[in-house]
Design a protein around this ligand. Structure first.
Ligand code: FEO
Ligand code: CA
Ligand code: CA
Ligand code: CA
Length: 598
């Protein structure tokens, strides 16, 4: 019987064994290399990396810290552009003796600010293989975006009172993007890079007006006690990060930012129409009638899954038109209803009597560009205080929605719910069936009529993560003695047979082994047969991943190697083994030129 349109999705590589080694491990028959490291030259005139003598002027031209989302734009057979998010900085691993930003030289704070943001780097293929390295020569696309790069706020909320500050009375111009976690690519080739835990960059919340505090608090911004302790203190470099002086500045972060990687002079745009949440990622699919749907998760315990659908249609080849699409459309939040009796969901992970965690769902409209559908909120308020509007709309509280991504092969949408230690057994429901949820799970969404523009869907939980020997786990019914363990699913991608590739963030603390990149068929007889494709160094989470269109390369970004160490006591020294770790991007390929996973 043909599976997956006649394409056997079965994976052929032998699982990498779980380990705690300070290196990247790939399956037999595969090789890998480090493509680009923190501090490598991005702009042609960048000075050589000097760990002992870091300056903001150098860092602004060098590859940033903690690589997260990775995308790739192929220029020709042997050249391409790598887009990489730099989510955040770990100063304890960057600077000796660091405790927080209060007493350090301001120059050190400026280095951190310059190490945030994103990079575009031109790369070249290594002699006919699936391996890639930094290109030499002109590199005219190379670019650094940082916490101080000029950007525009666009869409219905741009210019609103809540976005105006003393520095920007227009409410349309903002400097920098912060904590860019995952992302996606539009059908027209631009990058969507997503601001996640922006709350941690602001101090002075105790000094804002009482009536402004609840909204700040809903986003995790500290509004009482000593808000400066333990902070990076960007406010010491730029006063705007002190909310007691600039209470609206935090409203200008938490967006999906559209960047054109092929135009280094272009202005990044924060698209307010896609709402303000702790945006994990933003992935796209064209609807049946030619509009564009964007799937987005809000990574917080008990927060929500969102979808945006453009008002206008995607026009192939018409970039100017397409670059307006994300400013107008409908923003939705997900509500999921289980089909089994609630008393059968006891939080243990035991399957209900119908044999599946599954049910139906609806995308609840929050607003269009001109009309709010939530009582008590204007359009701009929905888009700036999106979490509060979604609370009011009765959305389903999920176990930390990370990547949500449609399969390019089947159109089914997969969400990584990474974990939720705070869900009580009595709070378990069919879409979040375990409480506490230490290991996370995967949700599969099938839009009605398989149309990304649909307002209703069905869903099921194909994988309940953990050690397969743990009774509370489920691997789509596949023989659990034959699958690898998995915990804390975070970023996802697909190969050309529609297999789901999952990167993890948190296995050291939950399974006691390094994080991994695994792959699992989601169609046919082998649905649920999860295998480990690669593991990352000590203390790192697995980011990226990105599989090239020719399926010859997997890009993977081991983020925060040695996370819990310090300069004095490093727990990882990957990849250089010279005393300190360097977050980097690697490429992985089959040594005999096969497609990855085959
Ligand atoms: Fe930055 Fe939700 O991971
Ligand atoms: Ca059910
Ligand atoms: Ca993530
Ligand atoms: Ca994560």
């Amino acid at each position: 019987e043909p599976e997956n349109g006649g394409r056997n999705p079965r994976l052929r590589f032998k699982s990498v064994a779980p380990n705690s080694e300070d290196k990247v491990t790939v399956p037999e028959g595969y090789d890998h290399n480090v493509v680009v490291r923190w501090g490598d030259a991005v702009l042609p005139d960048a000075p050589e990396f000097d760990f002992e003598d870091q300056t903001a002027a150098a860092q602004e031209k060098q590859f940033g810290y903690n690589c997260d989302y990775v995308d790739f734009i192929q220029l020709d057979d042997d050249r391409g552009l790598l887009w990489v998010n730099h989510e955040y900085t770990n100063e304890k691993l960057m600077f000796a003796g660091y405790t927080d930003g209060t007493d350090v030289e301001v120059e050190q704070i400026l280095v951190s600010m310059a190490a945030h943001g994103g990079s575009v780097v031109e790369i070249e293929r290594i002699g006919g293989t699936g391996g890639w390295r930094l290109a030499t020569g002109e590199r005219r696309f190379n670019r650094r975006i940082t916490a101080t790069t000029r950007m525009e706020l666009t869409g219905p909320a741009a210019g609103h009172e809540l976005l105006r500050t003393g520095q920007d009375p227009t409410g349309t111009e903002v400097f920098g993007m912060l904590n860019n976690c995952a992302g996606g690519k539009t059908p027209w080739g631009t990058i969507l890079t997503c601001e996640e835990n922006f709350n941690q960059y602001f101090v002075g919340g105790e000094g804002v007006a009482e009536e402004d505090k609840p909204a700040l608090k809903r986003y995790g911004i500290k509004v009482e006690g000593d808000t400066r302790k333990g902070n990076r203190r960007f406010d010491r470099a730029e006063e705007r990060f002190d909310l007691s002086k600039h209470p609206h500045e935090a409203n200008r972060f938490g967006y999906v930012v559209e960047v054109d990687p092929t135009d280094p002079g272009s202005t990044p745009r924060k698209r307010t129409m896609l709402g303000r949440i702790k945006h994990e990622g933003a992935t796209t699919r064209v609807t049946s009638d030619g509009r564009v749907a964007v799937y987005m998760g809000d990574d917080e315990r008990f927060d929500y899954m969102y979808k945006f659908v453009t008002a206008g249609k995607y026009r192939k080849g018409s970039r100017r038109h397409n670059m307006t699409l994300l400013d107008s459309g409908t923003l939705y939040v997900a509500r999921l209803t289980g089909n089994s009796p609630p008393e059968e969901i006891d939080g243990s992970g035991r399957l209900p009597s119908d044999g599946e965690f599954d049910g139906t769902g609806e995308w609840i409209p929050l607003c269009s560009a001109t009309e709010s559908f939530v009582d008590g909120f204007t359009v701009a308020e929905v888009l700036i205080h999106t979490r509060l509007a979604a609370d009011a709309a009765g959305a389903t509280k999920m176990d930390r929605p990370e990547d949500i991504e449609p399969s390019p092969v089947t159109g089914k949408v997969y969400a990584a719910l990474t974990n939720n230690s705070a869900r009580e057994p009595g709070q378990a429901d069919e879409p979040n069936p375990r409480g506490p949820n230490k290991f996370g799970h995967i949700l599969e969404i099938v839009e009605d009529r398989n149309d990304a523009g649909a307002e209703t869907f069905t869903w099921n939980v194909p994988i309940v993560c953990g050690d397969p020997e743990d009774e509370s786990t489920y691997f789509a019914g596949f023989d659990k003695s034959k699958v690898a363990h998995i915990s804390a699913p975070d970023n996802v991608t697909f190969d050309d047979r529609g297999n789901l590739w999952i990167a993890t963030d948190g296995q050291p603390g939950s399974l006691g082994t390094n994080d991994q990149l695994c792959a699992v068929p989601v169609e046919g007889r082998f649905r649920g047969e999860l295998r480990t494709f690669a593991t990352v160094p000590v203390g790192a989470e697995t980011c990226g991943p990105f599989i090239t269109e020719d399926n010859l390369t997997v890009f993977m970004a081991p983020q925060h190697p040695g996370e819990d160490g310090t300069v004095e006591n490093p727990q990882s020294t990957w990849p250089d083994h010279r005393g300190y770790p360097r977050p980097s991007v690697v490429s992985i390929w089959h040594t005999r030129g096969k497609k990855v996973g085959r």
